[in-house]
Design a protein. Structure first.
Length: 224
């Protein structure tokens, strides 16, 4: 089975402070002043109305924010410990424990499952996550990322089932990026910042030269 990574969550920049019924409900259930169990580092992608690249991708007509890093094993384990004690939606994949690429181990019995990150995997991107797991993770973030925050409503209307062709709702605050949103975040730059005339770099390291493979911390045009 292919090891799937949970792609970067995206947040609506214009509506990031807007309240929703789901958020208000979470405030009633959770302890007053409690902090989210997971926080995502976001970067803002501006210059709305930019043109497509020559590939036909990249045009986005609004300002938005995208996760700076891939979702880590530590972040997903916090999600599992909050919402997968019984795990009726199958948010945990056994490959997370059995595979050398997996970073999360489950213990206990149904109804009281606990999830622990393998040594050295806390900041490693989580693997063995499917599309619907990702949607439920986004819903959980949308609803406050607390112990009882809902996974079935908010950014996506799931209601306990995996709906083919599911689309994000018009009130979505945290969601998976579209092809254009991801492409723009990875390759586009405003023309005022210099670089290629068409507004796109060839590589997401902000360069037209292929990155050099080297371990951290590396140079400005390195990848590992």
């Amino acid at each position: 089975m292919q090891a799937l990574r949970l792609v970067l969550p995206l947040r609506s920049y214009a509506r990031r402070c807007a309240g929703t019924a789901a958020v208000y409900l979470a405030l009633i259930i959770e302890p007053l002043g409690a902090a989210p169990l997971v926080e995502i580092d976001y970067v803002t992608v501006g210059d709305p109305g930019n043109p497509n690249d020559s590939t036909g991708y990249g045009q986005v007509d609004y300002v938005y924010q995208i996760g700076k890093y891939e979702v880590t094993c530590a972040q997903y384990a916090a999600f599992l410990n909050a919402r997968a004690k019984r795990d009726t939606n199958g948010l945990y994949n056994p490959g997370m424990a059995s595979s050398s690429r997996g970073g999360i181990v489950r213990a206990g019995t149904e109804g009281s499952y606990t999830h622990t990150v393998k040594a050295g995997f806390a900041n490693v991107p989580v693997c063995f996550v499917n599309f619907y797991d990702a949607l439920r993770f986004c819903n959980w973030l949308h609803n406050g990322a607390m112990e009882f925050s809902d996974t079935e409503t908010g950014a996506y209307a799931l209601s306990g089932s995996n709906v083919p062709g599911i689309e994000r709702t018009n009130k979505a605050l945290v969601f998976l990026p579209s092809d254009n949103e991801w492409y723009k975040a990875a390759y586009y730059h405003a023309t005022s910042s210099g670089g290629p005339a068409n507004g796109y770099w060839l590589y997401p390291t902000k360069s037209n030269v292929a990155p050099v493979g080297e371990p951290p911390s590396g140079g400005v045009n390195s990848a590992n």
